[in-house]
Design a protein around this ligand. Structure first.
Ligand SMILES: Nc1ncnc2c1ncn2[C@@H]1O[C@H](COP(=O)(O)OP(=O)(O)OP(=O)(O)O)[C@@H](O)[C@H]1O
Ligand SMILES: O=P(O)(O)OC[C@H]1O[C@H](OP(=O)(O)OP(=O)(O)O)[C@H](O)[C@@H]1O
Ligand SMILES: [Mg+2]
Length: 284
């Protein structure tokens, strides 16, 4: 019997709930109590370890846990020997420089200055790559307050909506240092593992089920080519005969965000009985 698959999942913070929700959708059991640190899912022969998101790359890099879910920024900051194997589409953020409003600071101006961050690895790498000699002040969080308290001249921090920065009277400067989202990680050079492949297939299925809907409609056979051009599907749509002379029924997956526009265009083409349904799960 193969060993249990051991997966690291964020125990708190921005990624914890969406990661657990996605794993539940993928058919894995998830913890009921947010204080649980380990959970066994016997049906899937899998064990979940709820860890700090910043520590997850360390465990996976050491080869102790085979798979982890963490932020791309955290994985890069750790410099652990891990690879990103699947972006998950939540926990989106950018990592950016900011300084007091009105200071019109530029990246070059950071030379000789103090920059506070909770991502010292990412920041040092960026400063080095850009030939800037600045002092990195490592803080654990609430970095936005550090300038007012006089510990730094600028910050490099995670920005999502920008509300926290604005509330602290700061303004962005320079290009984004990096763009992050939640990702699945594996140890660099890890061998193929059927259990990991199954997990990834399930997660890809959840991502597709979230991003796509199923569209059904009836159309005159003469207009079929035009209709199929609007709804090409993944491997070509299913076309079935209808019990109505000259008409066919079409079924195809379409991107959720385009569904309303495609329905309008199909209607214009003369398609009728256009139905859109959610996809609960899929394997493609
Ligand atoms: N406001 C946000 N919106 C979306 N994603 C975010 C936000 N803040 C952080 N993230 C992302 O979520 C991941 C985890 O960050 P989070 O802030 O939850 O961890 P943490 O700082 O270690 O935890 P905590 O803030 O609970 O101490 C990172 O990849 C980060 O880019
Ligand atoms: O752009 P916004 O939508 O305002 O979100 C960005 C803020 O969210 C995170 O803070 P978090 O709540 O994780 O606190 P922390 O600084 O203690 O990590 C991040 O560190 C920023 O401070
Ligand atoms: Mg945080």
């Amino acid at each position: 019997m193969p060993d249990q698959l051991r997966i690291a999942v964020p125990n708190k913070g921005q990624l914890a709930d969406p990661a657990s929700a996605m794993l539940s959708e993928a058919g894995y059991r998830q913890r009921r109590d947010s204080r649980d640190l380990i959970m066994v899912d016997p049906d899937n022969d899998t064990e979940f370890f709820f860890l700090r998101p910043k520590d997850i790359a360390v465990y996976v890099g050491e080869g102790i846990l085979q798979v982890g879910i963490t932020g791309r920024d955290m994985l890069l900051d750790s410099r652990a020997p891990v690879d990103e194997v699947l972006p998950l589409g939540f926990g989106g953020s950018t990592f950016r420089f900011a300084a007091p409003g009105g200071s019109a600071m530029k990246v070059e101006d950071l030379q000789g200055k103090r920059v506070a961050t909770s991502f010292p690895g990412v920041l040092s790498g960026y400063l080095e790559d850009n030939g800037i000699d600045a002092r990195v002040i490592h803080l654990d969080g609430a970095v936005e307050t550090s300038i007012e308290l006089g510990v730094a001249d600028a910050v490099a921090d995670v920005v999502s909506t920008g509300t926290t920065l604005r509330n602290a009277g700061l303004e962005l400067f320079g290009e984004p240092i990096l763009t992050s989202e939640a990702v699945v990680i594996r140890q660099h050079g890890a061998e193929d593992d059927p259990q990991v492949e199954q997990l990834l297939r399930r997660l890809r299925g959840v991502l597709l089920a979230r991003d796509y809907v199923m569209m059904d409609y009836d159309v005159h056979a003469e207009r079929l080519d035009n209709a199929v051009a609007l709804t090409p599907g993944m491997e070509g749509p299913t076309v079935s005969p209808l019990h109505r002379e000259g008409w066919v029924a079409v079924r195809s997956m379409v991107p959720r965000r385009d569904a309303q526009r495609i329905m309008d265009d199909l209607w214009e083409l003369g398609a009728r009985a256009i139905l859109v349904t959610d996809i609960y799960a899929c394997r493609l």
